[in-house]
Design a protein around this ligand. Structure first.
Ligand SMILES: [Zn+2]
Length: 331
C-alpha cells in the first residue's frame, strides 16, 4: 500500500454514507496495537481511538464505528501477534476449519483462501490433504512462518488482481474413466478417476454422474473399455457434450501417458451452442496485452468458422466483453 497518510477522519458513515455521526466514547490517543514493548521508540506514534454512532434517530443505519482510519501500513505492516503461539487461539481456529470442512466436502485440488492469514495457523489446521492453502497478509514479519506448510502466501491486502496474477486462468478439471492398466497413471495425473469396477455403481446412480459432469470439464476414457464407459455414463455425458472425445485425443490406449493430454486439455478452449445459437468462451484476463487477447480471439474465431458448415456465413456477430462489463461488437 503506497498511501502515506497517518490517519484520516471520516465525515460519513462507513456503510450508509450518512453524515449524522454521534460521538459515543473516546479512549484518548493510544498505540496502534497492544503489544507495547521496549521496541516502542519515541518515533512510534499514538493515534486517537474514538467511537461514533451512525445516528438512527437522524435517519442513520445504527453502525457503531471508529471515527479515525489509521494508515493500515502502520497497523498491519509489522504485526506482533501470532495466532499459533496461543493454545486457545489454535483451538478456536481449528474449530473454524472443522466447521468449514463439515459444511463443504473439500476435494483434492480445491483451494481455501484465508484473508488476513497471520502466521498461517488456520490454513494449516485443515485436515483434508491435497488442498491448496492460500493466504493474504500484509505483515511482512509473519510471511516466513506463514509459508511453512502452505501453498501460497501473498504479502499484502487482499485484492482480486493479485489473486488472479497468482492463479491465472481457471483449471480445467479432468476425470479419467479407466481400467486397472491406467489406474495408477490416472490417479497421478487426473483430478478424478473412476475405475471400471465402479462403473456399475454409477450406472445405477444418475445423480452421482451428474455431479461428475458438474465437477469436470473433460472426461477421458480407456479405448478398450469404451462400450462400458458409454453404457454407464453415456446417458448423462452425451447430452452434455462431455463424452470422451476422440478428436481431442481423449480416448486413450491402456498404456498411455496421460500428462501430455492433461496439459493439452488445460490449454483447450471448448465452445458449444446449447439452447441458443450463441457460443461463449474466455479469451484471457485483464493482465494480458491487447495483442495477446486479439490473437486468442483470432485463433478461436478461425477455428470456429472452420468447423461451421457454411463458414463465415454462419456468423452473424461477435462480441468481446469483460467479466462484469458490457459487450462490445467486434468488427
Ligand atoms: Zn450508517
Amino acid at each position: 500500500m503506497s498511501e502515506s497518510f497517518d490517519f484520516k477522519i471520516i465525515t460519513q458513515c462507513r456503510v450508509c454514507g450518512s453524515k449524522e455521526l454521534a460521538f459515543i466514547l473516546s479512549l484518548g490517543s493510544i498505540y496502534v496495537s497492544d503489544f507495547v514493548t521496549d521496541r516502542v521508540s519515541a518515533a512510534e506514534k499514538t493515534y486517537p481511538l474514538e467511537l461514533v454512532l451512525c445516528d438512527p434517530g437522524q435517519g442513520g443505519c445504527g453502525l457503531l464505528q471508529l471515527r479515525h482510519t489509521v494508515n493500515p501500513e502502520k497497523m498491519y505492516g509489522f504485526y506482533y501477534y501470532h495466532s499459533g503461539t496461543n493454545a486457545m487461539m489454535r483451538k478456536a481456529l481449528l474449530d473454524i476449519t472443522t466447521c468449514a470442512e463439515k459444511k463443504i466436502d473439500l476435494k483434492k485440488g480445491d483451494m481455501v483462501l484465508d484473508i488476513g492469514c497471520n502466521d498461517g495457523t488456520l490454513l494449516r489446521s485443515y485436515r483434508k490433504r491435497g488442498i491448496k492453502l492460500v493466504g493474504f497478509d500484509p505483515a511482512k514479519n509473519l510471511v516466513p512462518e506463514a509459508r511453512v506448510g502452505t501453498t501460497k502466501i501473498i504479502n499484502g491486502y487482499f485484492d482480486y488482481e493479485a489473486f488472479e496474477e497468482n492463479f491465472a486462468g481457471k483449471k480445467a478439471s479432468v476425470c479419467a474413466l479407466v481400467a486397472q492398466e491406467l489406474a495408477s497413471e490416472a490417479k497421478e495425473v487426473c483430478d478424478a478417476v473412476i475405475l471400471q469396477e465402479d462403473f456399475q455403481r454409477y450406472a445405477k446412480d444418475k445423480k452421482a454422474v451428474k455431479k461428475l459432469v458438474r465437477e469436470n470439464a473433460y472426461f477421458i476414457g480407456q479405448a478398450n473399455i469404451m462400450p462400458q464407459v458409454a453404457s454407464a455414463f453415456g446417458r448423462v455425458l452425451g447430452p452434455k457434450g462431455k463424452m470422451p472425445n476422440p478428436k481431442a485425443g481423449c480416448i486413450v490406449p491402456p498404456k498411455a501417458s496421460l500428462k501430455p493430454l492433461y496439459d493439452k486439455l488445460q490449454n483447450t478452449i471448448r465452445v458449444s451452442a446449447k439452447t441458443a445459437p450463441v457460443v461463449q468462451c474466455r479469451l484471457g484476463n485483464e493482465k494480458m496485452s491487447d495483442e495477446h487477447i486479439t490473437q486468442n480471439l483470432k485463433v478461436v474465431y478461425d477455428q470456429l468458422v472452420h468447423s461451421l458448415p457454411n463458414g463465415e456465413d454462419n456468423v452473424k456477430a461477435a462480441f468481446l466483453k469483460l467479466t462484469m462489463g458490457r459487450p462490445v461488437r467486434v468488427k
